[in-house]
Ligand binder design. Structure first.
Ligand code: FMN
Length: 199
């Protein structure tokens, strides 16, 4: 009997400990797809959330120049200390196979303060090797491996006749209701990241 009680106590303590984990979502979004993803995930984790803003607003041309010349745009400070968090979930679009540069600027700046992290993106999709490439980029920039990386592909939301025909599907603006289609993948990502969902 004593054993049973102590087992339950141990289990309850562990649950409390996991629920006590402080998580932060950090996202960059240019056309709000990843902002909506961040809000969707936040409703599952009930954690702090912050969006990265560039000092100079990005536009089509500045993004193109950032990509061509590997520029890292200046970003505004965020009102959170990353050191205070057990796990940070990063989110951003993928541009030309890379993590959007404003988030990269943030990662470079905060490298010393990130311990445990994961990454998820709502991107155009269609390239099977892209996920691995993103994982490698993150590991190089932050000097440590992410717990997990996931891609949600807009391509999978397109009608059959449009699937795999529009490169990057960059004009697609997701509606918040459409995240139901990704719910299974998002839950899989959160499980792999070791994050506890509180409904
Ligand atoms: C210039 C540009 C390049 C892109 N390159 C890629 C890419 O290489 N791979 C991909 O999966 N999606 C790519 N996309 C699609 C974006 O990742 C996608 O539209 C994303 O959901 C936009 O996120 P946001 O609305 O949060 O800014 C690209 C979009 C743009 C505008």
């Amino acid at each position: 009997m004593t054993r049973v009680i102590s087992f339950h106590r141990l289990r309850d303590n562990l649950v409390v400990k996991f629920n006590d984990m402080k998580n932060l979502i950090v996202y960059y979004s240019f056309t709000e797809n990843n902002k909506k993803l961040a809000e969707y995930v936040r409703n599952k984790l009930h954690c702090d959330i912050v969006g990265i803003e560039t000092v100079k607003k990005r536009a089509g041309l500045s993004i193109l120049l950032d990509l061509m010349f590997n520029r890292k745009p200046g970003i505004k400070p965020v009102p959170y200390s990353l050191r205070d968090y057990d796990h940070i979930v990063f989110m951003s679009p993928i541009w030309a196979g890379k993590i959007a540069m404003p988030l990269t600027s943030f990662l470079i700046k905060e490298k010393q303060n990130v311990r445990t992290y994961s990454f998820i993106t709502l991107c155009g999709g269609g390239n099977a090797n892209q996920r691995e490439k993103i994982q490698n980029l993150l590991s190089i920039v932050l000097g440590r491996q992410p717990i997990t990386v996931a891609e949600l592909w807009i391509n999978t939301l397109l009608h059959d006749e449009k699937k795999n025909t529009i490169k990057y599907a960059s004009g697609y603006r997701i509606d918040s209701n459409e995240f139901n289609a990704f719910d299974k993948d998002i839950m899989k990502f959160l499980n792999a990241a070791g994050l506890v969902v509180s409904e």
